[in-house]
Design a protein around this ligand. Structure first.
Ligand SMILES: Nc1ncnc2c1ncn2[C@@H]1O[C@H](COP(=O)(O)O)[C@@H](O)[C@H]1OP(=O)(O)O
Ligand SMILES: [Mg+2]
Ligand SMILES: [Mg+2]
Ligand SMILES: [Mg+2]
Length: 404
């Protein structure tokens, strides 16, 4: 509920109340600016009660997203524990995708729909149900359905009858939205870093919300990232299996807590100014990012420490709490970045005081559909290091171009 200032403002707003009532079925939430911070005004569904209630924007959405990502990580942790080579299922693009990818997408879609029933629902997600609708996909589909039902039963928060195969296919296909600059769209990578997942290393469940093309909240569940700093060069999977959850809401900072639900703490990117003291993250997979280009940039900057190679958006999470200072990602020619690979990580790092840009210094634009068109690559660091990082990137790219 609101503070006295909120209440005063509420009285002022009552003059417009009949107008709001008129609009209510179409627009259940209204957004205003109070002391320069946006807040939402929710109207009760009963027109006769004339009740106004206040909530900080995106609070319910953030709670739902945390719940969804946490439940999905339980499913992924279970699969990773018993992962056999036979769980890897070949998609037409030949990238490995597991029962856990689909299961995670189903759970996130299920939880968001249940937790936020009254709002229009749109998700831009990585997986689709095509392969699972074929004859040869039926075994996999049954395993996904069983896995999702097991996870829901163990959690016990939802008193629903077990999902059918059809429910599962429908939940996966909720993710078919195109996103864009109008309205709200969830953005989901059900397992980011599939290769790390299959190897038993780092991966993330990455969920963000776009509102009018801007990322307004993000949650990164990193089941194998220890809740304490990994420091440079000492990356190990979480030994106790707890993992880390990172989350951020626009204008409200970034936070972390252990995936088992311990107290949350605010995170900040490192305040290192001297590049010699900086360490940098990059993809574990050389096929995902040009390691030689990153090395050349690091050398120009004077970075002394060798790169810390981690799969997935766990890199954004680790950077947001100061485990490293720079993240460099330069995909091979022809690869187009997708919004689900960066939306959650981008808001977590930005709210922790960092900056995420493309190699030309442009902010990332998530409003153009599922693709993220960037110049050359993505660079992430703190405010102080960004100017020298951009300069080093520019020089390294010029050298690379002239050597071709
Ligand atoms: N050829 C590729 N180049 C760059 N990134 C890729 C490529 N293929 C898949 N990816 C995606 O890039 C991310 C991997 O980043 P990282 O190297 O940092 O782990 C993942 O989201 C992965 O998708 P997926 O979500 O299917 O794992
Ligand atoms: Mg991904
Ligand atoms: Mg993925
Ligand atoms: Mg994939």
């Amino acid at each position: 509920m609101g503070t006295p200032t909120h209440c005063l403002r509420a009285i002022t707003l009552r003059t417009d109340f009949s107008f709001c009532h008129y609009l209510e079925p179409k627009f259940p939430n209204y957004f205003f600016k109070l002391n320069k911070k946006p807040f939402s005004l929710s109207l009760s569904s009963s027109l006769s009660s004339s009740t106004l209630s206040f909530s900080m924007p995106y609070e319910r959405e953030l709670a739902a997203a945390k719940k969804a990502a946490t439940l999905a990580s339980r499913l992924c942790q279970k699969v990773q524990r018993v992962l056999l080579q036979s769980d890897v299922h070949s998609k037409s693009d030949k990238s490995p995708v597991t029962v856990a990818d689909y299961g995670s997408q189903v759970l996130v879609s299920f939880v968001l729909e249940r937790e936020l029933p009254s709002v229009p629902f749109s998700i831009v997600a990585e997986e689709d149900s095509g392969d699972l609708r074929t004859e040869s996909g039926q075994d996999t589909l049954k395993r996904i359905t069983d896995l999702v039902n097991d996870t829901l039963a163990n959690d016990g928060s939802y008193n629903v009858s077990p999902l059918t195969n059809e429910d599962v296919l429908r939940a996966i296909d909720n993710g078919k939205s195109d996103g864009g600059s109008v309205g709200r769209h969830w953005v989901l990578d059900p397992i980011d870093g599939t290769k790390g997942f299959v190897r038993g290393d780092q991966y993330a469940i990455a969920l963000a919300l776009l509102d009018e093309g801007k990322v307004v909240l993000g949650v990164l569940a990193c089941p194998n990232l220890p809740p304490t700093s990994i420091g440079s060069n000492q990356l190990q999977s979480s030994s106790n299996g707890v993992g880390s959850l990172f989350f951020a809401k626009v204008g409200h900072g970034a936070y972390t807590q252990a995936l088992d639900g311990s107290t949350q703490t605010r995170v900040h990117v490192t305040d290192i100014e001297n590049p010699e003291e900086a360490s940098f993250f990059e993809s574990y997979e050389a096929a995902h990012s040009l390691h030689a280009l990153s090395s050349s940039i690091a050398e120009k900057l004077g970075v002394k420490a060798p790169p810390v190679r981690i799969d997935s958006q766990a890199k954004y999470g680790a950077l947001s709490r100061g485990d490293g200072a720079i993240y460099l990602r330069f995909p091979h020619r022809g690869y187009r970045e997708k919004i689900w690979d960066h939306a959650a990580g981008c808001i977590v790092v930005s709210e922790a005081g960092g900056i995420v840009m493309d190699a030309a210094g442009n902010p990332l634009d998530f409003s153009k559909g599922k693709f993220l068109d960037v110049v050359a690559g993505i660079i992430v660091t703190n405010q102080k290091l960004m100017p020298s990082l951009l300069k080093a990137v520019k020089e390294a790219l010029n050298e690379k171009a002239s050597s071709l």
